[in-house]
Ligand binder design. Structure first.
Ligand SMILES: Nc1ncnc2c1ncn2[C@@H]1O[C@H](COP(=O)(O)OP(=O)(O)OP(=O)(O)O)[C@@H](O)[C@H]1O
Ligand SMILES: [Mg+2]
Length: 261
């Protein structure tokens, strides 16, 4: 299921470069995403995972290279056309921010109020259904301040799927959660893939989550992918950078840096 095997990708990045000033973050990324599968993007902090995700919906624009969604080239589209393309995506942002002044239910309803002309009853019914999918149907009238971190993530996830997206982009969905709550999110990712037949892209450095949810794992390192394969292939990889990442071990260079040498 590596790039070469994917004939009809839902998303494709072709030779994508992105720099911020002197900092070269993406250096010629080639990526095809298969429909209906869960692709996990791994990489250390600052390696460009969030930047990569934002390129898929053109929240960031590449310096060079092409980005396609369902064979449509996104580079030249106007903001208005892009807004339409983005309705195919649910985005669970790294900060996971809910609107603090709105209830959980109002947060989930927000995209429907913005993008559809559904009446109040229909919106309430959809909101209830989505909150039920994440196991929070009785939390609709809670304010975000009255929810735990894991519950907030689940409300944000209910909001991300409310427009029935074809693709869900998850940026660090389990970060900051205890192992049990993290696993609830993992199970939700798997459930949504099966129930909604959705295509998922999950950015994480939670290896347990990656191995559990990922049909395909990618590792971003120095602007490019140094690994593309299954969980099993990754666990068997002989590449020391990948082994260290899985084990959570710093390299001798990184330790020297820490010691100020
Ligand atoms: N809008 C921006 N302007 C300038 N620099 C940016 C911008 N967005 C990201 N960067 C820089 O690009 C690099 C990659 O950032 P990115 O957020 O993609 O990292 P990441 O892999 O998601 O890290 P983390 O795991 O900590 O979330 C970082 O050095 C970051 O400071
Ligand atoms: Mg990030």
């Amino acid at each position: 299921m590596v790039n070469d095997d994917i004939k009809y990708p839902i998303i494709e990045l072709e030779d994508v470069y992105k720099s911020f000033g002197e900092l070269d973050v993406l250096k010629g990324i080639h990526l095809k995403i298969e429909r209906g599968k869960t692709t996990v993007v791994l990489g250390e902090s600052g390696s460009g995972k969030s930047v990569l995700l934002k390129h898929m919906v053109m929240l960031l624009r590449p310096d060079r290279g092409k980005i396609f969604f369902e064979n449509q080239l996104l580079n030249q589209l106007s903001e208005r056309r892009l807004a339409t393309v983005r309705t195919n995506f649910g985005f669970l942002f790294q900060s996971g921010a809910l609107f603090d002044s709105m209830t959980a239910g109002e947060n989930v309803a927000f995209p429907l109020v913005e993008h559809t002309d559904y009446n109040k009853e229909k919106i309430e019914q959809i909101v209830h259904e989505k909150l039920r999918m994440v196991g929070l149907e009785n939390f609709s009238s809670r304010m975000p301040g009255q929810l735990s971190g894991g519950q907030k993530k689940r409300v944000a996830l209910a909001r991300a799927i409310v427009m029935e997206p074809k693709v869900i982009l998850y940026d660090e969905p389990t970060t900051g959660l205890d192992p049990i709550r993290a696993d609830v999110i993992n199970e939700l990712i798997i459930k949504l893939q099966h129930q909604l037949k959705v295509t998922s892209i999950v950015v994480t450095h939670d290896m347990k989550s990656a191995f559990k949810v990922g049909d395909r794992l990618l590792m971003l390192y120095d602007g490019n992918f140094i690994f593309d394969g299954t969980s099993q292939q990754m666990q068997q990889s002989q590449d020391s950078r990948i082994q260290r990442f899985i084990a959570g071990q710093a390299s001798p260079d990184e330790l020297e840096e820490l010691n100020g040498k």
